[in-house]
Design a protein around this ligand. Structure first.
Ligand SMILES: [Mn+2]
Length: 386
């Protein structure tokens, strides 16, 4: 026997998204709400026994936090008697002034309000958990308050940072650190986690049931949230849960490195075109695009390059301007035969560029060639060095 559940968190409803144009931000906020509606529909279609929402459902300093919670409560109420359990997170912390304290929840919704662990006895299974309380940054989870795990299927819920997850989480977003060992040894069947925005499951064996998981956010809201996003439909057993990740995002944030191939004339253009085409192929109609461009091409190619790249950017639903600072454009070299000394110097530099295996050494010889050419052909030092 297993219990079907849906896990959905980190919606950040009402997020201000100040780095985006207003219209794009508004559209993204609306998309997130549509995805939340879809997720609840998926839960209904799966006859879910339980809905788990481990935090950051709205942004407390975002647009209309109370209205966002009303929206969630309406959807929860549409689940009839299916229990919906919420563990507030750091962006929707519980306090006596928060919407959680001031808006009456539908009868099937339960909420953790204490930052000590308590148990909510839902009609299907016990759910232990804690709320993130306002002002909790820098504090630690009080494990001594965790009630012993009951027999039968049970859930532990919280908004926290798994420390040894091993995938290079951002240090600045660590709050309420927990270890996988603590979760694994809690005795609860499954731990439902919010905070990190990428789906991640934790299990003893890679193909075994999960003892904990982040569902991630259902719609990426920034350049550090590239790729597909979604929620989880799970089957809870006495030991662990089987998880099915449902990708749901409407807009994918696509961030691509674009290294200019070493300049060899038309061949380089061909290679660049191929790269740009492969990016264009991955680009959905409603995706956001950012290119991180690097490299060195002759200045004569600058305008053509800008034009071609702007062509790609214009195909995206939203694209950021290119940061050209990591791209250098080398002024063209004068033809050989100006002086024997210059020719010999250029030959030497080019030989070293060709023979070096390290990119840094090649780059140093290219720079030497450029500066030497300027000096030996009487042009003087380039402006940026004077
Ligand atoms: Mn979050």
């Amino acid at each position: 026997m297993s219990l079907v559940f849906m896990q959905l968190s980190d919606l950040h409803l009402g997020a201000r998204l100040v780095n985006l144009p207003g219209e794009i931000a508004e559209h993204l906020r609306n998309s997130t709400r549509e995805i939340v509606i879809e997720a609840f529909e998926a839960a209904k279609a799966e006859n879910a026994d339980l809905i788990l929402m481990p935090g950051d459902l709205y942004d407390h300093n975002g647009i209309d936090a109370s209205g966002q919670l009303h929206f969630i409560y309406e959807l929860a109420a549409s689940m009839a008697s299916t229990p919906v359990v919420i563990a507030p997170g750091n962006h929707d912390p519980y306090s006596i002034e928060s919407p959680y304290a001031t808006i009456a929840a539908p009868s099937n919704v339960s909420l953790f309000t204490s930052n000590e662990f308590t148990t909510i006895r839902t009609s299907v299974c016990p759910v232990a958990g804690r709320a993130f309380r306002s002002g909790e940054y820098g504090s630690m989870i009080d494990w001594s308050s965790l009630p012993p795990a009951p027999s039968g299927p049970s859930v532990l819920m919280m908004h926290a940072s798994v420390m040894n997850a091993g995938d290079g989480r951002h240090r600045e977003s660590v709050m309420l650190p927990v270890t996988t060992t603590a979760l694994e040894q809690s005795g609860y069947s499954f731990c439902s986690l919010g905070h990190y925005h990428t789906f991640q499951r934790f299990s003893r064996q890679s193909d075994g049931p999960a003892y904990a998981a982040y569902g991630g956010c259902p719609q990426g809201l920034g350049w550090d949230e590239t790729g597909g996003r979604g929620f989880v439909i799970g089957r809870l057993r006495e030991v662990g849960a089987e998880l099915e990740y449902r990708e749901a995002s409407r807009h994918t944030w696509q961030r691509h490195p674009l290294q200019l191939p070493p300049w060899q004339g038309g061949e380089s253009w061909l290679r660049l075109e191929q790269r740009l085409e492969s990016i264009a192929e991955q680009l959905g109609e409603k995706d956001l695009l950012r290119l991180d461009i690097k490299g060195r091409w002759p200045a004569t190619e600058k305008e053509g390059l800008r034009e071609r790249i702007n062509g790609l950017l214009s195909k995206a639903w939203h694209a950021t301007d290119i940061d050209w600072s990591a791209t250098a454009f080398t002024p063209p070299l004068a033809p050989r035969g100006v002086s024997p000394l210059l020719d010999e110097f250029l030959d030497t530099c080019e030989k070293h560029v060709d023979e070096s295996s390290e990119e840094g050494i090649k780059e140093a010889w290219r720079l030497a060639r450029y500066l030497g050419h300027r000096l030996l052909s009487g042009q003087g030092l380039p402006e940026e060095l004077v």
